[in-house]
Design a protein around this ligand. Structure first.
Ligand code: FAQ
Length: 307
């Protein structure tokens, strides 16, 4: 079946199928950015592993951060099916030629931030990624199925952390509120620029890579989150949030997209630290890659000798 017929039939494009170069390039861009986000996203929460308030919280947080590494691996593997090498993608990240999500350039100042990340950041990730399970590119869509199941656990653990704090002492409640105040607007920015200034959306939607626009997904996230904030007993830092009978959605106030532009341009609060840490970890891990490569060469030589 031709590429166009396959898309018209809502079929899945597989690695060996014919596909336009621009489709391949768009997928590499998006999947690589997504993979980079998963591994850079380990840093803000990793910051709290050694200071988690109990053994139970520490074990859960370690499992969550490890899940994010796993998501990065599935996604790099999905990108490799498009004919690129993981080492090249990492090189593009390290030299600033590929992006990662803006949200991971904000600091985690208190334990409540781990709760806010789980609830809001993983919550936004789920809203964005559930439709990607129906993405037209098979390997990406299949990777998303497992990722979404794990994100759903992450979101609940964040909600539970905030629920505990919000129902604890006045100081704990204030800490939870402060985390939500700082993470709310950056979470809305995760969905990208507004539709009328999103250069990639129209083509990505026509190709069935994106199923919904940035603004549609953002609206869906707000609709999902407002009632959850009420259950938590926390306030979202936007006085304009109110239910609109007419539109069947929550209205919300204007988003400062100049902040998103600044963070994407490398000027967020933690961009430099995140990149320095990532490049440092990559360099410190060179001996592991070398050892694995040498081991594989020896194994292959032994297998050849035995044949
Ligand atoms: N940050 O034309 P559009 C997670 C860029 S979840 C940085 O609208 P597109 C889970 C965009 O790339 C986070 N850059 O672009 C987790 C483009 O630049 P380019 C990762 C952004 O692709 C939780 C330009 O602006 N999730 O990691 C952002 O159609 C907790 C114009 O924008 C994904 O990556 C931004 N927020 O739509 C992990 C999901 N927004 O490439 C650890 C998959 C836009 O032309 C802990 N990706 N840009 O140079 C997507 O759905 C899409 O790529 C969008 C952007 C919606 C992010």
């Amino acid at each position: 079946m031709s590429f166009d017929d396959l898309l018209a039939d809502d079929g899945r494009v597989e690695p060996r199928d014919e596909m336009p170069d621009a489709y391949r390039r768009t997928l590499i861009r998006q999947i690589a950015q997504h993979a980079h986000s998963e591994i850079i996203g380990m840093q803000p929460e990793g910051n709290w592993i050694s200071r988690a308030p109990s053994l139970r919280r520490k074990a859960i947080l370690m499992a969550k951060v490890q899940d994010e590494a796993g998501h990065g691996l599935y996604l790099y593997a999905a990108a490799e099916t498009l004919g690129v090498e993981r080492a090249d993608l990492l090189d593009q990240l390290h030299t600033g030629r590929q992006k990662y999500s803006s949200i991971f350039n904000y600091p985690t100042l208190s334990w409540a931030d781990v709760g806010a990340i789980g609830w809001l950041v993983d919550g936004a990730a789920i809203v964005n990624q559930v439709p990607l399970c129906r993405c037209s590119y098979g390997p990406y869509a299949r990777a998303m199925v497992r990722v979404c199941k794990e994100e759903s656990f992450h979101q609940r653990q964040g909600f539970e952390i905030l629920h505990t704090l919000a129902h604890g002492t006045p100081e704990q409640h204030a800490m939870a509120q402060d985390a939500v105040d700082r993470y709310w607007w950056p979470s809305l920015m995760m969905f990208g620029p507004p539709d009328d200034s999103s250069p990639n959306s129209a083509q990505s939607m026509a190709w069935g890579i994106k199923r919904f626009s940035n603004d549609d997904l953002r609206r869906r996230f707000v609709d999902m989150t407002v009632p959850q904030a009420e259950i938590l007993g926390l306030t979202l830092p936007d006085p304009d949030i109110r239910w609109s009978e007419e539109r069947g959605h929550y209205d919300f106030g204007p988003i400062d997209f100049t902040e998103l532009g600044e963070v994407i341009a490398g000027n967020g609060p933690c961009n430099r630290d995140r990149m320095a840490h990532r490049v440092g970890a990559h360099e410190a891990g060179a001996w592991v890659r070398d050892a694995a490569t040498a081991y594989e060469a020896k194994r292959a030589a032994r297998a050849e000798g035995a044949a």
